[in-house]
Design a protein around this ligand. Sequence first.
Ligand SMILES: Nc1ncnc2c1ncn2[C@@H]1O[C@H](COP(=O)(O)OP(=O)(O)OP(=O)(O)O)[C@@H](O)[C@H]1O
Length: 262
Amino acid sequence: MTTAVTIPRHGGTGGRTAVAARARQVVKAYGSGEARVVALDSVDVDIARGQFTAIMGPSGSGKSTLMHCLAGLDTVTSGEIYLDETEITRLKDKKLTQLRRDRIGFIFQAFNLLPTLSALENITLPMDIAGRKADAEWLRRVVDTVGLSERLRHRPNQLSGGQQQRVAVARALAARPEIIFGDEPTGNLDSRAGAEVLGFLRTSVDELGQTIVMVTHDPVAASYADRVLYLADGRIVDEMERPTADAVLDRMKDFDARGRTS
Ligand SMILES: Nc1ncnc2c1ncn2[C@@H]1O[C@H](COP(=O)(O)OP(=O)(O)OP(=O)(O)O)[C@@H](O)[C@H]1O
């Protein structure tokens, strides 16, 4: 059992613990009998608060399934998932929907912006729906952090792909969620726009104290993280602190070589 320690951080944990989310002995299986696929096989993981974690691994290794289970978007077959001290695997649908809305932010590969709304309206939409008022000072910091101050009145079709994804990043940050999950957030961007968005994600961790978990195939994207978790066949098989793109690439080559000989 991991000991929960309270840490002071510049981003402020609000008295919360150093571990933002954790999985304990999580199994996720799809189908049954011959068709049974074990996507997650007894996964234990702690996601540190105020850190940027990347999840990597070959296609089909369980990355999206792990992210979806941690984020309460998918149910587990057995085991427990906690967001801070809340066991989300115990929650009924309504409470889970509320928890996702109030405590978790999402950034997907497709930007998922509403075309008829301005950038600013898209950013505040989740809070508007929840009936929460945006904290003006925080909103200004978020918009500045992602470099959108001059673009707030623009509609999505008046913005580049990179700018649209920055709106999606700002939308996720604006509500000050405890954790943001990104599923290949730069998968649809060219390398320059991708680097920009990753730079903003990094800044939001360093300057706003945000916790981020990102699934990626890209060693360069992973190098923006503080820690990389490697999945293979539904298990966490390795991890790397302070990754560089070259080190991540080398590690991936090792796994590929081992995969071919096993
Ligand atoms: N809804 C589903 N029904 C049945 N099997 C599924 C379902 N979703 C995922 N799987 C299986 O679970 C395993 C893990 O899938 P998952 O999508 O988590 O992998 P991934 O590492 O994210 O892959 P990729 O990099 O290709 O997106 C795969 O074998 C996949 O075929």
